[in-house]
Design a protein around this ligand. Structure first.
Ligand SMILES: CC(C)(COP(=O)(O)OP(=O)(O)OC[C@H]1O[C@@H](n2cnc3c(N)ncnc32)[C@H](O)[C@@H]1OP(=O)(O)O)[C@@H](O)C(=O)NCCC(=O)NCCS
Length: 248
């Protein structure tokens, strides 16, 4: 994809929309692209569109001795994938947008609104570092090519709890809710945790939030509730948190 410098600012998105729609209509399941490692602006563009880095860097024997990153994303349907360290780092911007949107919509997920984009990005940089260290799993959900949801499995438990993990930051873009994305993310997170040997999962959620009936419907057991655990967005009142556990 190339755009004359004086035509930039909006047209690229429409071109890519058109190309993606064409691929989807033709039955494509995965969209893949290669981009020069030096084109930072292009990386930002693709990352905003839900592409994540995947696989090795391609070395081209061309005049400019190009090195290229491979970016990819599922093209159609609801798809959940676990991100490796490179994919997690490249998802930072889109994940931060989702976190900011959820916090602005009133979610109780560590932060208070208004959440600055840079603070949100710093959170995802730390998550990507944990993924690289192997202490955390990061899952992403795409709906028809748009990255719209995420959940984490925190495996950074002490040595006497190798069988335990904590589910954290289940987030679905407010524009994509009530379409089964949260449920699918949780089911995949439970599977992924089981695959890395974590058989006892725990999590906490603000009492009365949308997530509470979701966890109950998925068979999580309530362990109890702590009154006044988290500060509400009004910065004046406190909300109860309910803790759940599940064996997988
Ligand atoms: C919780 C959250 C992830 C749910 O995502 P979602 O994609 O809308 O959820 P789903 O469509 O998979 O819903 C699955 C089930 O959860 C329950 N549920 C979801 N949203 C609900 C709501 N607003 N009110 C009541 N029940 C709700 C329902 O049982 C629903 O099943 P149904 O649609 O068949 O009735 C989403 O609301 C969100 O991102 N909230 C903000 C962040 C947050 O609070 N995360 C949890 C932190 S512990």
């Amino acid at each position: 994809m190339y755009l004359a410098a004086d035509a930039r600012g909006g047209l690229a998105g429409r071109l890519l929309d058109f190309a993606e729609a064409h691929a989807r209509t033709a039955g494509a399941e995965r969209l893949v692209l290669w981009t020069d490692t030096r084109f930072a602006r292009a990386h930002g563009f693709y990352e905003k569109r839900g592409y994540v880095r995947q696989g090795a860097i391609r070395i081209l024997d061309d005049r400019s001795k190009s090195l290229e990153f491979r970016y990819a994303k599922p093209a159609a349907g609801l798809v959940v994938e676990a991100l490796d360290a490179a994919a997690a780092a490249s998802a930072e911007r889109r994940m931060a947008e989702i976190l900011v949107a959820c916090v602005d919509a009133g979610a109780s997920v560590s932060f208070l609104p208004p959440l600055p984009m840079e603070t949100a990005r710093a959170h995802w940089r730390k998550v990507a570092a944990d993924v690289a260290a192997g202490s955390r799993l990061l899952l992403a959900a795409w709906a028809d090519g748009a990255l719209v949801g995420t959940v984490q499995v925190d495996c950074g438990t002490p040595p006497n709890q190798p069988h335990r993990a904590e589910i954290a930051k289940l987030l679905v873009d407010p524009a994509a809710r009530r379409r089964g994305i949260g449920r699918t993310l949780m089911q995949r997170a439970e599977q992924a945790a089981g695959r890395v040997g974590r058989s006892l999962l725990t999590l906490g959620t603000r009492a009365g939030d949308a997530a509470e009936p979701l966890y109950r419907a998925l068979g999580w057991t309530e362990a109890g509730r702590i009154p006044g655990w988290a500060l509400n967005p009004d910065r004046a009142s406190y909300a109860d948190t309910i803790f759940f556990w599940k064996r997988v």
